[in-house]
Structures are given as C-alpha cells and as structure tokens.
Design a binder for this molecule. Structure first.
Ligand code: C2O
Ligand code: CU
Ligand code: CU
Length: 556
C-alpha cells in the first residue's frame, strides 16, 4: 500500500511498498528497510562498498605555541562512485575537515577564515520559524566540542575561543580562537555553531576531528599510525541531481537516509589481520547509531568492539561490545556528538569481510529509513609487519564524583512549548536562548544536573567547558508532570552501562527518564552554553547560556 501523507518539501510521506535492496553477497540484509523519509532518495539504487574509506588530512602543529589558519570554503565532492559531484562546505577544501592533532598543553591559535559564499546552498527554516531577515544568510562560528577554553567576552566576534552562537562572522571575516589543550588525551571535534543555522551549516559539511595526545596514551602502546583510523559519521540525503537535500521546512529534525563515513557513503576499508584503533564520531544532525560487526557472507557476529575511551578520554575499564562469544553483549551506541575510542582485533579473521551493522531506528517512525549497513571491513590475508600493539582491558582509575559533595542540584526539563502561531517549540526549562542566564555555578564546585525529558524522543544533552559522569536514569510519570509540574519517579534508577562509565560531554537523555549527571565546573569562569545536540532542536530553542562565576571573595 502506498500511503502518501503529504508531499513537497518538509512534509512527511511514507511509502510502504519499498523495494528492498540486497547486497550481492550470500547474506542479504536490506540497505534500507521498509519505509522512506521525506526527500528524494537516489541513494536507494547505489551499489554499496565500492569506494575506499577516505582518511582526512592531518594537521600536526609542532611548536609549543602554534598559530595556523583554516579556511571555511565551498567545493564539490563525490560521496559515491556513481553519484554526481555534490556541493558541500568544509575546512581547507575537505569535509570532514582535516584532523587536528595536538599534544596536551600545546597552545594552538586557529584563524578560522570564512571564505564561504554569501548565499547558503541549503534552505533555512526551523520549526516553521522563518529566517530572521536581520541576520545574514551565511554566518559562521566554530566551536571546539569538548575543549576547555576561556570565554570571557562571548560577543567578541574576532577573538572568540568557544564559538558563542551569537558571535558569528560573515564571509571575508575570521574568528581567532585559542586552544590551550590542557586536557588529557581524547577526541574532540570542531563544528559550526552559528545561531539558528547550526543544523544546515554542519549538514553542509562543517565538522572535523581534533585529537589531543599525551604520555599516558603513548604508554598504552595502542595501535597507531596507519592502524589508527578516524570514522566520522554524518547522515546525508540527496536530491536526484546529486545535490544535498535539506528540507525547506524542518519539522523536527533531519535524519538523512544514507550514512557518509569520512565523506563517502557505504565505503569499504581494507585492513590487515591485526589490531586497529578506530576513533568514532557521530557527527550526524539527529541520527543515533548502534553498532557491531557482522560477517558479510553469513550475517554471523564478527570481532568484538573494545571501547577504551569515550567523549572525555580513556575509561577505567574497557567495554566489550558486540562480542561474538556473548549474545547478550550490547552494541556500541552513539548519539549525535558522542565519540568512542575502539580497538578491533582482526587477527583471527584473515580473508573475511565484515560490515558495520547499525540497528538503531530513528526516534520517529514516520517513514524514517533504517540504515542497517554502514561500511565494510575487508580483512587481508597477511600482516605487513608484526603487530606489537596492545589491547588494554584496564586503564587508569577514574575517581567517582559523589552527589554528596554537590554544591547544587539543578533540574533541566526538556519540553515542548506551544507558540502563539500554533507551532511547537522544543525548549529547556521552558526558556528561550535570549532569556536571562539562570544557571550560575561557582568555579571549582560540583553540581548534579537532573535532565528530565518530558518530550516524545531522546535528546543528546551536551554542555560546554566541562566533562561529567553519568550517575543514573530513573523513569518518571510524564503525564503527572505535565499536570502538576512535579516529578514522580516510577521505578528504580538504572545505572549506566559500561560504555557510559567514563568521562562524557554528551549524554543520551531518553524520554520519560530523569538522567542524572555530576559535573565540576572548572577550569575557567566565563559564559558557555548547554544544549541538545540534535542540531535542529538546538536551532529551534533547546539551547541555553550558563555562566561559571568566580567564587565569592573570602571575608577577612
Ligand atoms: Cu558540539 Cu555546543 O556543541
Ligand atoms: Cu561543545
Ligand atoms: Cu533534542
């Protein structure tokens, strides 16, 4: 049955009788499931696994204090062998942009130079809010996600370290940002953060990886060099002419119906039968992925994913995910903006091929396409050199922060608000971006934040400046909350799984749960932001400023 619910830009429509596409292998998993998302989907006929996985260029500043320029520009790229060239935005002519690699404590100043055209190639309108005519169509500000930087004068458009959303610049201008990188080894990422246009700017291609290295990381003897590979995910949809599709009216969020990894859709990677380290980043606007490896020819479980690090650096205990010897072993779940540091040991799998399987469904079942296969690993027959790298199962202890030491507990309610024009806005605590700052944690203090989600879908919550620990998630009565404003817990607290036991800067906040996190506000006072990392939600209103204030002077 073909049931067209609506047509045209931004309207949802559903095609029930989708032709299932199989791969030309013994084991046929549909590349798409049943159902289609609004927007053309020429990717439906594409052959998977014909393009090699690209590896982004690496920028490796070598001085204690370095200063570099990176250009934001528009160019064309091929997402797939059989797709025409596609116009995108990126950094220094690539999307994802170059991977920036620094040593802990190495000071880096970046001149983010805006050489984009003055007219955006994607439409703009979020949640029915028409573009603000007082804002230029193309405006940009770059944020280094996960970085601890100073931000004392957030509206300074020239010297802006954290990428304050309102401090955007326009083509021909630059933003100078200083990154002290005084943080333990971890994967950060940089991306656009301009007010009301982050969704289409990042979707256009403005993102890249940023790695901080340190001695502890080297002491772990992890696979390195060509055996350490970034996997940067970003969902895409295409018009029939190969151009990127972004809806004219964004109703909720943009899931996309194909997955680009390092800028190719359905790439393959030839690996040697040995250990590899993969640096995963979900740079998608809205889509969560849940990953494991499955053998291409049989669909049977492939090698396990050993997660050694999350957003904020190394974990204490390696999380074993997608373990072929344990059917109950979970998948690796990454919501937008989450990162994972993962080791895969292919040594027992010479000559076999595995695809990266994803079984996460988009939140709204409104005909969103599942993307069950993301890429293919082809394991060669021999190693080119002996593998002397290590796979640690234990790393440094992570001191657990205790709620007993919290100076404050705050509630952040994820909710919908009815607008006068009849539309709905997604907001945090019912407040808009422009409302006065409420959260003013004191520098050096610890707080518990309770993220209560009263909406119908999951929100990946992100806060700038700090990394945090996830305490637990407890179900509550959403209907009662909507009537009384009271949170009544309805079940026991669920402790986070092994993947979430380390340091995080993004946490999945599922509907109907209070997700508790604990954070210490350091090392800088200043103005920062917290928001949902579904980019269309962020643009729509799920973003708020907060201010870390200096401790009051002690009385003599
Ligand atoms: Cu990934 Cu406010 O950012
Ligand atoms: Cu951030
Ligand atoms: Cu959200």
């Amino acid at each position: 049955m073909d049931k067209i619910l609506g047509e045209g830009d931004g309207m949802m429509f559903r095609r029930k009788s989708q032709v299932l596409l199989g791969v030309s292998a013994l084991f046929l998993t549909p590349l798409y499931g049943d159902g289609a998302k609004a927007g053309p989907a020429i990717t439906r006929g594409l052959q998977p696994f014909v393009d090699a996985l690209p590896i982004p260029d690496v920028i490796h500043p070598d001085r204690k204090r370095s200063e570099i320029a990176i250009t934001l520009n528009q160019f064309k790229t091929k997402f797939h062998r059989d797709l025409p060239e596609t116009t995108v935005w990126g950094y220094n002519g690539t999307s994802p942009g170059p991977t920036i690699e620094v040593e802990r404590g190495q000071d880096l100043r970046v001149h983010w130079q805006n050489a984009l055209p003055t007219v955006h190639f994607l439409p703009s309108s979020i949640g029915g809010v028409m573009p603000d005519p007082t804002m230029p169509d193309v405006r940009n500000v770059t944020h280094l996600h996960g970085a601890a930087v100073t931000e004392t004068n957030p509206m300074d458009r020239v010297n802006n370290n954290d990428g304050w959303p309102d401090a955007w610049n326009v083509p021909g201008q630059e933003q100078v940002a200083e990154y002290p990188n005084d943080q333990e080894a971890r994967a950060l990422w940089y991306h656009d953060h301009a007010m009301l246009t982050t969704g289409r700017n990042v979707y256009a291609g403005l993102f890249g990886l940023y790695l901080i290295r340190d001695d502890y990381e080297r002491s772990l003897n992890l696979p390195s060099g060509k055996y350490e590979i970034p996997l940067e995910f970003q969902t895409r949809s295409f018009n029939d002419d190969g151009s990127l599709y972004y809806p004219k009216v964004v109703l909720n969020e943009v899931y996309g119906n194909a997955m680009a990894i390092n800028g190719k859709i359905w790439p393959y990677l030839e690996v040697e039968p040995r250990k590899y380290r993969f640096r995963l980043l979900n740079g998608s606007n809205a889509r969560t992925v849940a990953l494991r490896l499955l053998e291409q020819s049989t669909g049977k479980p492939g090698p396990a994913l050993y997660e050694i690090g999350s957003d904020g650096g190394f974990m204490e205990n390696t999380a074993v995910l997608g373990d072929p010897g344990d059917p109950s072993s979970p998948r690796l779940t990454l919501a937008p903006a989450e990162r994972a540091d993962v080791i895969v040991d292919f040594s027992a799998y010479a000559g076999r091929s595995f695809f990266l399987s994803n079984n996460a469904m988009p939140d709204h079942a409104d005909g969103e396409l599942p993307i069950p296969q993301l890429m293919l690993f082809k394991v060669g027959s021999a190693v080119s050199e002996p593998d002397t790298s290590s796979l640690p199962m234990k790393m440094r202890p992570i001191p657990r922060m205790s709620p007993q030491n919290a100076a404050a507990t705050r509630q952040i309610v994820f909710g919908e608000a009815d607008m006068p024009d009849g539309s709905q806005m997604l907001l945090l605590n019912g407040k808009r971006w422009s409302d006065p700052v409420v959260e003013k944690p004191v520098l050096g203090t610890t707080e518990v934040w309770e993220l209560a989600n009263t909406t119908g879908d999951l929100h990946p919550f992100h806060i700038h400046l700090v990394r945090f620990q996830v305490l637990d998630r407890t179900p509550f009565d959403v209907d009662a909350y909507k009537k009384t404003g009271q949170i009544n817990l309805t079940g026991p607290a669920v402790t986070p799984d092994a993947s979430e036991q380390g340091w995080k800067d993004v946490v999945r906040s599922p509907q109907g749960y209070v997700t508790r996190i604990i954070l210490r506000f350091e090392p800088f006072a200043g103005s920062y932001v917290y928001h949902c990392h579904i980019l269309e939600h962020e643009d729509m209103g799920m973003m708020r400023p907060f201010e870390v204030v200096a401790p009051p002077a002690r009385k003599k």
